[in-house]
Ligand binder design. Structure first.
Ligand code: C2E
Ligand code: CA
Ligand code: CA
Ligand code: CA
Length: 278
């Protein structure tokens, strides 16, 4: 039975099957994961809605655990954040995303890649330097990398976010506000951030077909974002109906299972080639 349907409840259920001991053992395995080469990035296309082409993907972290199999990020990111491992994982993601862009480029595929940054990474003093270095190591233009930061993270420490965003923008990296609509981003603050994209959270997209309220919110967010010169990406698009509504509202890019699931790098290359010839 569904009671209230609050977020707290879902969060509780997601962790219910792991007791404290199991979490500690997962944490120990995670400490070894980078060295053992168990991490991978999967890539999900962002489809340019108005023109139907793809020039960007979001990199999503996966952990191939020897016993548990493929572990989803919701399982281990929070753990990594809580126990001081997130900067190490994040550093691997930055390096791997840049390496992959260079590898694809050698195959003739020029793909913009978005990575997700945790709040802990924003506080890391050498984040911007690390990103600039990785881009340089792999000879990738800065404008091909996009950093996604959730609205709630951006609001947690406004001054810190502003500083890091300004530094990243100076390097030439593109920036996106992720999961927009869930937090409480003040509009005047949004105007100050040098962001390029705004990503509408899946919870609004999910309700588009049933809820007049969700349509009103999304419509308003798209207008606001456009007025501020931001591109709008909708995440979690699962149906043709949702896609149609979003396109009619002028949404710039669509991302979701309706178009493609996150996939390994070689599968993404094949998928992109299929798109070109389709
Ligand atoms: P997110 O940034 O909001 O990423 C989108 C999530 O929605 C991904 O889950 C993706 O697989 C899923 N998704 C995409 N399209 C659909 C759809 O049509 N329907 C549904 N139901 N889901 C869809 P995933 O890969 O499990 O990642 C979950 C979260 O973990 C991400 O949410 C992000 O916050 C975090 N995460 C992933 N990779 C990284 C990373 O490298 N670093 C950090 N710090 N966080 C990461
Ligand atoms: Ca994201
Ligand atoms: Ca998101
Ligand atoms: Ca989300």
């Amino acid at each position: 039975a569904k009671r209230n349907g609050g977020n707290g409840c879902a969060l509780f259920e997601a962790h219910m099957d792991l007791n404290a001991g199991e979490q500690m053992s997962l944490l120990n395995d995670l400490r070894q994961a980078v060295a053992r080469g168990q991490l991978a990035l999967h890539y999900q296309p962002k489809v340019d809605g108005q023109r139907g082409v793809v020039h960007g993907v979001e990199a999503l972290l996966r952990w191939q655990h020897p016993v548990r199999g493929l572990v989803e990020p919701d399982r281990f990111i929070t753990l990594a954040e809580r126990f001081g491992l997130i900067n190490q994982l994040g550093a691997w993601v930055i390096e791997e995303a840049c390496r992959q862009m260079a590898a694809w480029a050698r195959e003739g595929l020029h793909m913009r890649v978005s990575i997700n940054l945790s709040v802990h990474q924003l506080r890391e003093s050498d984040l911007v330097q690390r990103i600039a270095q990785a881009l340089q190591n792999h000879a990738v233009p800065a404008s091909q990398l996009l950093c996604e930061i959730t609205e709630s993270v951006a609001m947690e420490d406004v001054q810190e976010t502003q500083r890091v965003f300004d530094d990243l923008a100076r390097v030439g990296v593109f920036l996106a506000i992720d999961d927009f609509g869930v937090g409480y981003c003040s509009l005047s603050y949004l105007r100050q951030l040098p962001a390029h994209q705004l990503k509408i959270d899946r919870s609004f997209v999910q309700d588009l077909e049933q809820s007049q309220d969700a349509r009103a919110v999304v419509d308003a967010v798209i207008r606001l974002a456009h007025a501020l010169g931001l591109r709008v990406v909708a995440e979690g698009v699962e149906t043709a109906g949702q896609s149609q509504i979003l396109l009619q509202m002028g949404c710039d890019e669509l991302q979701g299972f309706h178009f493609a699931r996150p996939m390994p790098a070689d599968a993404l290359l094949a998928w992109a080639r299929g798109q070109q010839t389709a």
